[in-house]
Write a protein that binds this ligand. Structure first.
Ligand code: PBG
Length: 334
């Protein structure tokens, strides 16, 4: 005899009833993806630098300051709340110390001022790291073959102030040096920028999925060695919690997991353990995977791209940096 003494036994419970029609699927849906969850990534270029193509990133162009203003207007119109900016730098403008990072008239600063003039309501997130500016392609200072921690942190605090002065609302250190969040918070407060937020790239892995980005910002062929002495080992998970614990204690307002899709477990783990705003970066290699597969006819780009973003939300992401944020917002608004 079949034991029906507790609910959940077949056939009393048929989960397909809740999937039978669109209206009930919508009513019962758990995660929601809306334009307000998305942050548009923008690769900036000087006016005389090539817009593209960026290998494996079909559909993405480097943006001049004027292009970036247009992107900001378009993003805002579609319900996007913020842009995350990154600068392309040619070899000639790079040096061992990444000096251009501290130039208050550099590309990042000029773009921020122009965007804030045109679209003052939009949030601006500035990448704090030296890799777009160093001639060795590392995020920090290289001394005798090693990336030095504390010397790098001192420069990053200056870079954060330069970016804040140009109008960035959020400083996002992506460098993975120890102690940089506390040092940047202290420096920002000391300089009167108590209102500026810190989005820490806390759970950032040494990942091959950054490949196309290296082309995008001009680091391809420049980077010496790899970043495994400062970025996390892809085998590690508990270490991510230690990173987040430290960064929150040092004053981070929000934390990021990066890359996104291969690391959804870390998004879920971070959200569950800390319950603070969690961002995820759907990085260049993830974009390339979707684009290249779509180009091969594996699926429709729009369908797969929206599914991927939805999965970030299901995993517990509050905000997602993506190269197709504005396009996705447009599709969602239709
Ligand atoms: C480094 C930085 C990287 C990205 C953003 N900031 C690459 C790296 O750590 O080598 C990657 C973004 C992407 O792949 O889309 N400061």
């Amino acid at each position: 005899m079949i034991d029906n003494s507790f609910p959940g036994r077949f056939p009393a419970t048929r989960l397909r009833r809740l999937r039978g029609q669109g209206w009930i699927r919508d009513l019962a849906a758990e995660a929601e993806l809306a334009p307000r969850h998305l942050i548009q990534a923008v690769i900036l270029r000087e006016d005389d630098a090539p817009a593209g193509p960026i290998p494996a990133m079909e559909g993405i162009k480097r943006a001049s300051v004027n292009d970036a203003v247009e992107m900001a207007q378009n993003a805002w119109k579609n319900g996007i709340k913020a842009l995350a900016l990154f600068p392309h730098t040619g070899k000639e403008a790079r040096d061992p110390e990444g000096t251009a990072a501290l130039d208050s008239d550099n590309l990042m600063c000029r773009a921020a001022r122009a965007i804030k003039d045109a679209v003052p309501q939009i949030g601006l997130i500035g990448d704090v790291a030296l890799d777009p500016y160093t001639d060795h392609g590392h995020d920090g200072l290289l001394r005798d073959g090693e990336i030095v921690n504390d010397g790098t942190v001192a420069v990053l605090t200056e870079q954060a102030v330069v970016l804040a002065s140009a109008g960035y609302d959020v400083l996002a250190p992506s460098d993975m040096m120890d102690g940089r969040i506390g040092a940047i918070r202290k420096k920002l407060d000391h300089e009167g920028f108590t209102d500026r937020m810190i989005l820490s790239y806390a759970v950032k892995y040494a990942s091959k999925f950054y490949g196309p980005y290296r082309d995008a910002i001009g680091s391809r062929g420049v980077l010496q060695g790899d970043k495994r002495t400062y970025q996390m080992d892809p085998r590690n998970s508990a270490e991510g919690n230690r990173e987040v614990t430290l960064d929150l204690a040092e004053g981070a307002d929000m934390v990021m997991v990066k890359p996104g899709m291969p690391y959804l477990d870390m998004i879920a783990r971070t959200k569950a353990a800390f319950n603070v705003p969690v961002a995820a970066f759907q990085v260049s290699g993830e974009y390339a995977m979707l684009r290249c597969a779509a180009a091969e006819g594996a699926f429709d780009f729009e369908d797969a791209a929206l599914e991927a973003l939805t999965c970030f939300r299901r995993a517990g992401t509050d905000m997602i940096i993506s190269y197709y944020a504005t396009d996705a917002a447009g599709w969602l608004n239709q």
